[in-house]
Design a protein around this ligand. Structure first.
Ligand code: AP5
Length: 222
């Protein structure tokens, strides 16, 4: 099954995708993580993408689409994938639909997570990420055993370059302008589900799994 988690920065797409991966046994593909890896490794793609990311803007479609479709159509995602952060523009959505259709696949479910901007800004600006393994911490939900140090690998915790208050606000505006229009497309296709992303992460996961269970029950009754 190909599934998309969509929603504004900080709404919990990465957090929930990791939990759904455990629950459903299908891989999680985050374009943000892929791009940050390219930046860290100093590849040509990373060099081209890095400045856009630091400003909180989207990376140009051509760069992201080729990189992501290669993964989606690769062997690790052949039984389906949980998409996190792609597509983000109408051109990306079009390219994804075409590529999936060419392999007798389609986006079966789009889960739209929502939360108020104030909640999103608090989550983004408070987040600290491990420079080594990428694990995420936040004073509200997960504090490290040793201040400033990752529990899993001991590496220092840092603030993501795009998690400053100013850049986080830019990212929210970019989401409203460039990504929200995709919701109409998925609503029309009958695959969009709205989920409240507030509250305990475990409760959010239960809401997501309830939607997926209802959908599975509906399709088996047809
Ligand atoms: P990306 O990495 O995808 O960033 P994002 O969409 O801005 O999302 P985040 O990772 O910040 O948030 P999230 O929704 O995953 O929330 P998380 O679970 O981490 O993209 C970064 C950049 O890459 C983009 O700005 C763009 O430049 C580029 N890019 C990526 N994809 C692209 C594309 N397709 N096209 C063009 N450019 C692209 O949670 C956030 C925080 O909240 C964490 O601290 C977490 O612990 C906490 N939290 C999560 N859930 C809860 C909860 N229920 N309660 C309390 N705290 C919670």
């Amino acid at each position: 099954m190909d599934l998309l988690l969509i929603g504004p920065p900080g709404v919990g797409k990465g957090t929930q995708a990791a939990r759904l991966r455990q629950a459903l046994g299908i891989p999680h593909l985050s374009t943000g993580d892929l791009l940050r890896r390219h930046v860290a490794e100093g590849t040509a793609l990373g060099a081209a993408a890095g400045a856009h990311m630091r400003r909180g803007e989207l990376v140009p479609d051509a760069l992201v689409t080729e990189m992501t479709l290669e993964q989606i159509l690769g062997p690790s995602c052949s039984a389906g994938v949980i998409l996190d952060g792609f597509p983000r523009t109408p051109a990306q959505a079009e390219a994804l639909d075409t590529a999936l259709a060419g392999h007798a696949r389609r986006l079966a479910v789009v889960l739209h997570l929502t939360a108020p901007d104030q909640t999103l800004l608090r989550r983004l600006t408070g987040r600290r990420t491990c420079a080594g393994c990428g694990d995420s911490y936040h004073p509200d939900t997960r504090t490290p055993r040793t201040h400033g140090q990752c529990d899993s690998c001991g590496q220092p915790l840092v603030q993501r370059a795009d998690d400053t208050a100013e850049t986080a606000r830019t990212r929210l505006a970019v989401h409203t302008r460039q990504t929200q229009p995709l919701l109409a497309r998925y609503r029309l296709a009958g695959v969009l589900h709205e989920i409240d992303g507030c509250g305990d992460p475990g409760d959010v996961t239960r809401r997501l799994l309830a939607v997926l269970a209802l959908r599975a029950a509906g399709s088996s009754a047809l």
